[in-house]
Design a binder for this molecule. Structure first.
Ligand SMILES: NC(=O)C1=CN([C@@H]2O[C@H](COP(=O)(O)OP(=O)(O)OC[C@H]3O[C@@H](n4cnc5c(N)ncnc54)[C@H](OP(=O)(O)O)[C@@H]3O)[C@@H](O)[C@H]2O)C=CC1
Ligand SMILES: O=C1CO[C@H](CO)[C@@H](O)[C@@H]1O
Length: 324
């Protein structure tokens, strides 16, 4: 396959890591779209990027671009995704990929029609460790999955304007960090949960600040999830099976897990490198494009469906959804 020409939309904090990963892998970021021209130019200079444009729609019509990485705040993903797909570009989009299933359904229809790949930059879906853990569970020595626990608490500046608390930017802990916890749970649950219990505390802006979420599927596997935006909690995932459990600390980019057998004894499981998290995403997207499909997209769809149902239970709608 000929090397892909990538464009980045939104040269903020995570885009720096993406560009650095591309450089480390000898890949080409050809263009950057930035609503602030000066920021775009500084970014382009830093990563030797050929084209900068503050008119992002115009940039996306450039036939030289093959694939687009979108790293803007959540509320704007859908609009940029749609435009990029209409212009025939493959997509890697930061979490949370979109804000609702109705947005994702529209994206899926368009991608299918245009035969393009859409992938979510959900680190854990791409980390080698997770595929090793899944293989270990599938092989059956641990018995069936019974319970999953995930906690993620991150202290954010309580500023109503920032992307964490601003409803106009689709803020809230669920979309920002809950998406990691739900992705972890869904990755190990054998099927999509159909029972959902939740409780939430809202920030003054109306977005979810902290919550507890309980999920159960038809195989009676249960997942409990704790999220907080104004309290620190370890990023810890636990999969408890009939014959032992697996603990994954710092789970979003983990390279190591601990397996504790129920009858005593433990093992360390290691695969990949945390520091290469974004490189694994890029490698996977290249593979999906070459093979013409993203085999993990169903996980993204299931997680977005859960987040849609959870927000519906909470009665939390973003201002741009109310206008829709
Ligand atoms: N995978 C991971 O580990 C991480 C993923 N993320 C995800 O990445 C995304 C961005 O987060 P982060 O980098 O922290 O955010 P930043 O605020 O640092 O960067 C966002 C960038 O998007 C630009 N932008 C904002 N709104 C728009 C818009 N409507 N259209 C075009 N550009 C826009 C900003 O421009 P300006 O500078 O002009 O405001 C800025 O360049 C989110 O989806 C987040 O959840 C975030 C952190 C880690
Ligand atoms: O994705 C991200 C990485 O984790 C942070 C929390 O620790 C998030 O806020 C951020 O959006």
């Amino acid at each position: 396959m000929k090397p892909l020409n990538w464009a980045i939309i939104g040269p903020g904090a995570i885009a720096q890591q993406f560009a650095a990963a591309m450089v480390a892998m000898n890949r080409k970021v050809y263009a950057v779209g930035a609503r602030n021209r000066e920021k775009g130019q500084a970014f382009a200079q830093r990563y030797a990027i050929e084209r900068v444009d503050d008119d992002i729609a115009r940039l996306l019509s450039d036939p030289q671009i093959d694939a687009v990485y979108i790293s803007t705040p959540h509320a704007s993903h859908f609009g940029w995704m749609k435009l990029a797909l209409e212009q025939g570009k493959h997509l890697l989009v930061e979490k949370a990929i979109v804000v609702s299933s109705s947005e994702l359904n529209e994206i899926n229809r368009l991608a299918q029609q245009k035969k393009l790949i859409v992938a979510e930059a959900m680190t854990l879906f791409h980390m080698p460790l997770y595929h090793q853990l899944k293989a270990l569970i599938t092989e059956g020595r641990l018995g069936n999955v019974k319970m999953i626990q995930v906690s993620f608490g991150s202290i954010k500046e309580p500023d109503p304007e920032n992307r964490f608390f601003n409803p106009e930017l689709a803020g809230g802990a669920l979309l920002d960090i809950g998406t990691y916890a739900l992705s972890f749970a869904r990755f190990f649950l054998s099927s999509q949960p159909d029972r959902l219990l939740t409780t939430v505390s809202q920030f003054s802006t109306g977005v979810d600040e902290q919550s507890g979420i309980l999920l159960q599927n038809n195989s009676n596997e249960i997942a409990t999830i704790s999220l907080a935006f104004r309290a620190k909690m370890p990023k810890c995932g636990l999969i408890a099976c009939e014959k032992g459990s697996i603990t994954v600390d710092d789970f979003p980019r983990a390279q190591r897990a601990t397996l504790n057998w129920a009858d005593g004894g433990s093992e360390i499981i290691e695969a990949g490198e945390s520091e290469r998290a974004l490189q694994y995403e890029i490698l996977n997207v290249e593979e999906y494009i070459a093979q013409g499909s993203n085999p993990l997209h169903y996980l993204t769809e299931d997680v977005v469906a859960l987040m849609t149902d959870i927000r519906q239970q909470w009665g939390i709608r973003f201002p741009f959804e109310q206008q829709a």
